[in-house]
Design a protein around this ligand. Structure first.
Ligand code: ARG
Length: 472
């Protein structure tokens, strides 16, 4: 594909569509317009679609049963040849569809030329992409579930582990590490729902739309749809060959997943730094530096964070690709595949790395606890304590603010002050205040659905497991 200054012209016009042409395609143009280098990965779905189409044509009497059997057998041999690496892909034959059709004709003769009856590459390619994406989406859904299962396991293990919770990346209130991991679980839970929803619109069959207007043969689209496991046949032939919404929707859902993974990655990177030192990632998920012998870099989270940019980029590519396209099929659409395939590959890789890595995280509980003890993380608890003894919240806020200012001056956290010191700010403060100023008291008090209390974390883990089980 590198020689771009050639204008050599083979004598023969293309064998699939060259009838009306008086000269062969320019050699560079042939390479420029070909998609076989990247669409050959859909060979299995292309053949699956052709087998179903041939069966349908025989059912309605357009092909004989013998012709159908020859076609199905020939196509099955082609699958074997492709998978054993024997098949020779030809750029002159443009794309996966014409490569396979030409090989079939070579194998079974004239019957091979009948396969394309009542069909066009326009509805064929739309069908192939949907079948391909459906298969890959199912892999993605199962990797997503595996990652979520891992998060639940670690969350359960870390239900009692206390760490500082942050807002503005400043210490806010103590939370449990398990609770934090369950926040990630929830993001992915929404992602799973989005992908499932998107799958419904992927699973509609365009085949039968032919080039754009439908076909004059007595085709049975419901039968073909059933053979291919589609939920239904599409309603409008023009829309069928031009629609790529399903790919865009998938890329949008994928971008959001990558955004979520990128946020988690950012936290993992921070937490493994010497400054936080909250967690350890096993060596097998990290790499070293060629110059600084002490380094252990969190490469997997960093790369995942980086790859989120390219997935979102592909989403924007596809939106821009479709914008302003008139109905129905345009060759522009051939440009849908590389971004889509890269999104699939990137997402699968990131999910796999994450699903492997998450269960292997170990927490450094003492460091997390130390950090939560710094930064006056129980200040809100002191305010709530005052409210319970009759002080209005705004006044309580003021009292605690003054206590914190005193603590900063004295380098003492609230829990480290004596009762007498605390009572300087309010005579409502009694001995029992220390129960709420401990980290354990603080998290245990947030004991409602969605709260950070260890018992709530364990209950949320149980509900999460049930949701995963219900997915089947
Ligand atoms: N390779 C083409 C694509 O990816 C297949 C459809 C081509 N149709 C056509 N009429 N040229 O979109």
């Amino acid at each position: 594909m590198s020689n771009n200054n050639s204008s050599s012209q083979p004598q023969q016009a293309n064998q699939q569509w060259g009838g009306r042409f008086s000269e062969a395609t320019d050699a560079f143009v042939a390479r420029f317009t070909a998609s076989v280098d990247f669409d050959q990965r859909m060979y299995r779905q292309d053949i699956q679609g052709s087998v179903a189409h041939a069966r349908m044509l025989a059912k309605v009497g357009v092909l004989t049963n013998d012709e159908r059997d020859d076609i199905v057998r020939g196509l099955q041999e082609i699958v074997d040849e492709i998978e054993s690496g024997e098949f020779e892909w030809s750029v002159a034959l443009e794309d996966v569809h014409m490569n396979i059709e030409a090989a079939l004709t070579q194998k079974i003769g004239i019957t091979g030329k009948k396969l394309h009856t009542g069909r066009s590459r326009n509805d064929q390619v739309a069908t192939d992409i949907r079948l391909y994406l459906r298969d890959e989406l199912d892999v993605i859904l199962s990797e997503l579930s595996r990652l979520q299962r891992g998060l639940l396991d670690v969350a359960e293990r870390e239900a009692d582990t206390i760490m500082p919770g942050f807002t503005h990346l400043q210490t806010a209130q103590p939370v449990t590490f398990g609770h934090h991991l369950l926040a990630w679980f929830e993001m992915l839970q929404r992602d799973f729902g989005r992908l499932q929803d998107c799958r419904k619109r992927i699973n509609i069959m365009p085949l039968g739309a032919a080039a754009l207007a439908g076909t004059t043969y007595p085709i049975d689209r419901h039968y073909t749809a059933e053979l291919l496991g589609f939920d239904c046949a599409s309603e409008n032939s023009l829309d069928s060959v031009s629609d790529r919404d399903f790919a865009i929707e998938f890329c949008a859902a994928a971008s959001l997943i990558m955004t979520h993974l990128s946020r988690s990655s950012e936290e993992l990177v921070l937490w493994t730094s010497a400054q936080f030192d909250f967690i350890d990632l096993p060596d097998r998920f990290c790499t070293g530096s060629s110059i600084m012998p002490q380094k252990k870099n969190p490469d997997v989270p960093e790369l995942v964070r980086g790859k989120s940019g390219r997935v979102t980029g592909h989403l924007v590519s596809l939106l821009t690709l479709m914008k302003s396209q008139p109905l129905a099929y345009n060759k522009d659409n051939q440009e849908d595949k590389e971004p889509l395939f890269d999104v699939i590959d990137t997402l699968q890789g990131c999910l796999r790395a994450y699903a492997d890595m998450i269960p292997a995280i170990t927490s450094k509980k003492e460091n997390m606890r130390e950090a939560a003890l710094r930064g006056f993380s129980t200040a809100t608890d002191l305010a709530d304590y005052l409210v319970r003894s009759g002080v209005a919240f705004r006044d309580a806020h003021e009292i605690v603010g003054k206590s914190v200012a005193y603590g900063i001056e004295q380098s003492k956290d609230l829990g480290e002050m004596s009762l007498a010191e605390l009572q300087q700010f309010s005579d409502q403060i009694q001995e029992d205040v220390f129960e709420v100023l401990t980290l354990e008291g603080s998290v245990a008090a947030r004991d409602h659905i969605g709260g950070t209390a260890p018992d709530q974390v364990r209950a949320a883990v149980a509900r999460g497991r049930q949701k995963l089980t219900d997915r089947g």
